[in-house]
Design a binder for this molecule. Structure first.
Ligand SMILES: Nc1ncnc2c1ncn2[C@@H]1O[C@H](COP(=O)(O)OP(=O)(O)OP(=O)(O)O)[C@@H](O)[C@H]1O
Ligand SMILES: [Mg+2]
Length: 432
């Protein structure tokens, strides 16, 4: 602790210093004989407390005090004024300019020491406070850095979760695509056999035409050719082939359309422009796309019922809302699956408009959620699923997407043993 004592009377300086030493005040004492010298010392050294005489030639104590309070380096140093009892006016002025305390002259050792001790104590508190403040500032910076890191980790986990979900669904999608591919390829095979037979018949017709054009050929031979053609028509089942061709081609077109749809849905889920994918979409389309993806997972476990009402387009991020629907529907399927029932469970999906919101309700008749944990299901990493099965991120990501990214609401209502309903509400007006 550095204490600067300023007085133009050398005796006072010496006397004050001696009292401090005699009372074993743990400090470094610096003396200044004038206001000018005091300001120079303040500029060049770290001073903690100033004891300042008021009446001095040239720069008096009040001027020094004003300079101290103006200077950003040491404006808040405690300044104790040295004053004689007759100096009341000057003392008043000192306090107006920010003096901390005063000590009467002539110096009375007990008063002097107790005032100095009080000033030292205040200074120590202040230093402690500054130190604490700095620690808090540092900790705050560390926390900010940690928060940033956490956000990055969360983003990474979201990506990972998405990949896992896509991985799980890939098998289902493969199954979905396999079926139409199966009948498109069998139809093509049948069509190729039909074409072969039709070609054989056409060749026979060509022969007949050739005979009809040749005047040397007898009509009996022509009759034979015609009979052969009739026989061929019967043997090759040409009438049936002609009636079957249209339905084969139509079925194949339907199959190709189905495959195109599934591939399109998968592409929508695998898109990379996650954050910028905002546009006007119909929520019913997103529901249908998601259903295509979970269909295989739900087979034999959940019967799905849809009540999709007409909806206005909504400004939203297609990939993100798709992810929310997928998470919630997958949870419902998994919840029902966990019950290992004999008969299928039920998942109902309804969409409708309510006031300024588009609402999508996804209900299941699964096990329901215990009241003790319902408050936690939106927390990151909360899961009741076996280790390695669920990451516990599905609902927390969904909540972030609906509430923070779309200014909507994500609500849950559940009755243990009865089932669960998740309600997604998205505001109809565009997000600016
Ligand atoms: N439809 C539901 N029925 C019953 N419980 C549910 C349902 N939906 C969610 N839960 C409960 O909420 C928990 C958290 O769900 P969330 O989707 O966040 O994580 P998860 O499904 O466990 O794992 P992840 O989605 O990462 O694979 C689940 O573990 C489950 O206990
Ligand atoms: Mg989940």
């Amino acid at each position: 602790m550095n204490i600067l004592i300023v007085d133009d009377t050398k005796f006072n300086l010496k006397y004050a210093k001696n009292i401090l030493i005699e009372n074993k005040i743990d400090c470094n004492i610096i003396l200044a004989n004038s206001g000018k010298e005091a300001l120079a010392i303040l500029d060049s050294e770290e001073i903690d407390i100033v004891i300042l005489d008021i009446v001095m030639p040239e720069i008096d104590g009040i001027e020094v005090l004003k300079n101290i309070r103006k200077n950003t380096k040491y404006f808040n140093i405690p300044v104790i004024m040295f004053t004689s009892l007759t100096d009341k006016q000057a003392l008043k002025k000192s306090f107006e300019h920010g003096a901390t305390d005063f000590i009467n002259k002539p110096i009375e050792p007990i008063e002097f020491i107790s005032r100095i001790k009080a000033a030292i104590r205040i200074k120590k508190y202040e230093m402690h406070l500054t130190q604490t403040l700095n620690t808090i500032k540092n900790q705050n910076e560390e926390l900010l850095a940690l928060n940033k890191k956490l956000q990055e980790t969360q983003y990474y986990l979201i990506q990972k979760e998405k990949l896992v979900a896509i991985g799980q669904l890939a098998a289902g999608v493969a199954h979905e695509i396999n079926n139409p591919i199966g009948y498109v390829s069998s139809n093509t095979e049948t069509l190729s056999k039909y074409i072969h037979k039709i070609k054989t018949a056409i060749d026979k017709y060509k022969e007949l035409l050739h005979c009809l054009n040749d005047t040397n050929i007898q009509s009996e031979e022509i009759q034979n050719k015609i009979q052969e053609l009739y026989a061929l028509r019967n043997n090759l089942h040409l009438d049936f082939i002609m009636s079957d061709i249209d339905s084969l081609i139509n079925d194949s077109f339907k199959g190709i359309e189905k495959i195109t749809k599934i591939v399109q849905s998968l592409r929508n889920f695998a898109r990379h422009d996650l954050e910028t994918d905002f546009n006007y979409y119909n929520l019913n389309d997103l529901v249908e796309e998601t259903l295509l993806l979970i269909k295989n997972e739900a087979r034999y476990i959940v019967h799905i019922e849809k009540k999709l009402n007409d909806l206005p387009l909504i400004f939203c991020n297609r990939t993100q809302i798709g992810q929310v629907l997928l998470n919630i529907m997958m949870n419902a399927v998994q919840a029902i699956k966990s019950q290992k029932r004999e008969e299928e469970g039920l998942m109902e999906i309804s969409t409708f408009v309510s006031e300024n919101y588009i609402v999508c309700e996804i209900s299941d008749d699964g096990p329901g959620i215990d009241k003790n944990i319902i408050d936690k299901i939106f927390n990151p990493f909360f899961t009741t699923k076996e280790v390695g099965t669920g990451t516990g991120l599905g609902l927390s990501i969904s909540y972030d997407i609906v509430v923070n990214k779309h200014a909507g609401e994500l609500l849950v209502n559940s009755e243990l043993g009865q089932g669960t309903t998740f309600t997604i509400k998205l505001p109809i007006k565009a997000i600016s």
